[in-house]
Ligand binder design. Structure first.
Ligand SMILES: Cc1ncc(COP(=O)(O)OP(=O)(O)O)c(N)n1
Ligand SMILES: Cc1ncsc1CCOP(=O)(O)O
Ligand SMILES: [Mg+2]
Length: 224
């Protein structure tokens, strides 16, 4: 995802959307983020910190945002539109229990990226798209240990959405290099991952390389 608007993948492309682990120490995480971003194409990084103070989030933004933005990778904050604006993030991701999309858009303005969780719901996605979301996120596609996922999405949702709508769609939940092919061929514009990169046994750079190789192979296979 290039900085700025829109959050648009090239047609028939699919790009990586990295979501951070839910707890991190910014100074220790910074080299891991550099390693991931220097290993291959990444559209976007979402800072997703749970159970920590606003000051902790500010400190993490200040440490990590420049690493992404210097590389022309969009830096998006989860859950906190006001903090996203205050700290110079490129946008915010909001869920159905978070600040409503319209309020997030008002806080951040039209130039910012605002993405919305839509679980497995066509209805929620159509509302988000009509309201002006820059992307809609569907999931969880596979079992995940990163978050208690109450919804299960199927690849068919991605093909339905991408055939009908212009707004890009993000797939999330348990995605790995080994299972991502059906999501790519179904038309996901972005694959959002946590554990497949930060938990990769050979490190985050290897995680990014494996996912990008799998995306490339899936796109090549679907072009046959
Ligand atoms: C890209 C992306 N998709 C979905 C989510 C989940 O958002 P939400 O439902 O608000 O849950 P939390 O992440 O806030 O626990 C996401 N963060 N990013
Ligand atoms: C934030 C979020 N929303 C739905 S699943 C999920 C976690 C995805 O993490 P992982 O890629 O490790 O399954
Ligand atoms: Mg949320």
């Amino acid at each position: 995802m290039a900085k700025g608007k829109p959050v648009q993948a090239e047609p028939a492309a699919c790009r990586l959307y990295l979501v951070t682990p839910p707890a991190l120490e910014p100074a220790a995480f910074a080299p891991l983020l550099r390693e991931a971003l220097d290993a291959g194409d990444v559209a976007c990084v979402q800072l997703r910190l749970k159970d920590c103070s606003e000051d902790d989030i500010r400190r993490a933004c200040d440490a990590l945002r420049p690493i992404a933005q210097e590389r022309d990778v969009a830096f998006i904050l989860n859950d906190h539109p006001r903090l996203a604006r205050e700290t110079g993030c490129d946008g915010v991701h909001v869920g159905q229990q978070d600040t409503p999309f319209r309020d997030a858009r008002k806080i951040l303005g039209n130039d910012a990226i605002v993405g919305v969780t839509c679980h497995d719901s066509r209805h929620l996605a159509m509302i988000a798209g009509e309201e002006g979301a820059d992307y809609v996120a569907f999931g969880a596609f596979f079992p995940t240990t990163t978050k208690t996922a109450e919804y299960k999405a199927e690849p068919e949702l991605l093909s339905w959405w991408s055939e009908l709508m212009e707004v890009p769609c993000v797939a999330i939940g348990g995605i790995t290099a080994d299972n991502c092919t059906p999501l790519v061929t179904a038309g996901a514009d972005f694959l959002a991952v946590v554990n497949a990169v930060w938990g990769h046994p050979q490190g985050p750079g290897a995680g990014v390389r494996a996912l990008n190789a799998a995306i490339e192979a899936a796109l090549a296979g679907s072009a046959d």
